[in-house]
Design a binder for this molecule. Structure first.
Ligand code: ATP
Ligand code: MG
Ligand code: MG
Length: 385
């Protein structure tokens, strides 16, 4: 059988690897942490940092194809893989995406819709951006996720503090937009260019971290079509092979704007494992192995709620038994050894006849799972979804 290499051994690599095992592949992983989440399903873990080109070459030499679950991989390591075996997605799209400034400038240059932004290399650039754009969010170019490496700036006078708080050499300064809601679209693409697009997911964040997500997104058909068209256009123009997730904002004045890209499986499509004919993880395996893509069609509505490490740090433990008393709910744990505040430890999923029903079930499951002292999940009136 063939071996698939995965750069990154977090939960996305683990779930991709589980799909690959089901399809008869062997999985090798590269990760700095020998105890990484994907270690449990990998036949081999190459323990090395993500900029170690020699280690990446070593991984590639034992694999028929290499993919990734994290975009922060050094360019030399990506190139070292690509010299030896197909690297899917390729070094170029990953390199564009892994730097926020480069990514935003690429999107703007290719006429994909983005909100107003400026590139910043020093505090003065932030002050200038705020003067022309109003309240902004400063986002480090590299390495930020779950809202880390970001600072809000309301006034020019706050620019120096925000710049120091982000502590980056390069950052994007984005105008703070009035969001009606957030959606994402996932596209799969084969080496020959064949694509499959999933229905949009509707995503709710709290303090910069995804709290829950539901698909298909209960949004106007025109918004769904526009979002799908944008995502397909980007996947093609960037020449992504594998998966591309496009996070989008729908503003209160009805604009659909690209927030950011991810060339890999995405937290907002975890419900595809339950609710779609083909999960995002199986689809990634199919795409990078140049197999026919599976149907992305939803078979039901599906929703997920993230389980952060905070739930394990409370005095009383969370309760799987109580969560599973909601019979449509399923518990997914990533096997991480240590719970830390804000760390994604797992998620709950639920299906339903409608997005409302799937969401209500996953919200209920969350509130039963959480320790009594933890706050309930942030819900939303379904009629406002
Ligand atoms: P991820 O975990 O998705 O990688 P991230 O750390 O890369 O997150 P972003 O996606 O840039 O961060 O921002 C996180 C969230 O913050 C967004 O989903 C949105 O809720 C809010 N946000 C980000 N940028 C803006 C903006 N320009 N205007 C308004 N809200 C924003
Ligand atoms: Mg991000
Ligand atoms: Mg994001």
């Amino acid at each position: 059988g063939s071996t698939i290499g995965i750069l990154g051994g977090g939960q996305l690599g683990r779930m991709t690897g589980m799909a690959a095992l089901s399809m008869g592949y062997t999985v090798h992983v590269l990760d700095p942490d020998p105890q990484c989440a994907a270690g449990a399903i990998a036949a081999r873990v190459v323990t090395a940092p993500f900029d170690d080109a020699a280690a990446a070459a070593d991984l590639a030499s034992s694999c028929q194809v290499v993919t990734l679950e994290i975009e922060q991989i050094g360019r030399a390591a990506l190139d070292a893989v690509a010299e030896r075996t197909p690297m899917r997605p390729g070094p170029h799209p990953v390199w564009i995406i892994q730097d926020r400034v480069r990514q935003k400038e690429w999107l703007a240059a290719h006429r994909f819709p983005v909100g107003p932004f400026r590139a910043a290399l020093e505090a003065k650039d932030v002050a200038n951006a705020v003067r022309s754009l109003g309240a902004c969010i400063v986002k480090s170019s590299h390495g930020g996720y779950d809202g880390r490496g970001q600072a809000h700036v309301e006034r020019e006078d706050d620019a120096a503090n925000a710049w120091a708080a982000v502590g980056a050499r390069s950052a994007v300064v984005e105008q703070r937009l009035e969001l009606a809601y957030e959606v994402s679209v996932l596209v799969a693409r084969r080496p020959g260019g064949q694509m499959a697009v999933y229905p949009p997911a509707r995503n709710h964040h709290a303090r910069g971290v995804l709290t829950w997500s539901v698909l298909p997104a209960p949004v106007p058909a025109a918004v769904g079509r526009e979002a799908a068209e944008i995502a397909l256009g980007i996947a093609e123009e960037l020449d992504v092979v594998g998966l591309l997730a496009v996070e989008m904002f729908v503003t209160t004045d009805d604009r659909v704007l690209v927030n950011e890209l991810a060339p890999r499986p995405h937290n907002t499509y975890h419900a595809s494992e339950r609710a779609c004919a083909t999960s995002q993880f199986e689809q990634l395996v199919r795409a990078v192995c140049d197999l026919p893509l599976g149907a992305p069609a939803p078979l039901a509505a599906g929703a997920i709620a993230n389980l952060l490490g905070d739930l394990w740090l409370a005095p009383e433990p969370p309760s799987a038994v109580d969560a599973l008393s909601e019979p449509a709910a399923r518990l997914h744990l990533y096997g991480k050894r240590e719970a830390r505040g804000g760390r994604k430890m797992g998620h709950l999923s639920a299906t339903g006849a409608s997005p409302d029903e799937a969401l209500r079930r996953v919200w209920d499951a969350y509130d039963r799972f959480k320790p009594a002292s933890a706050p309930p999940i942030e819900r939303m009136d379904p009629s406002t979804l």
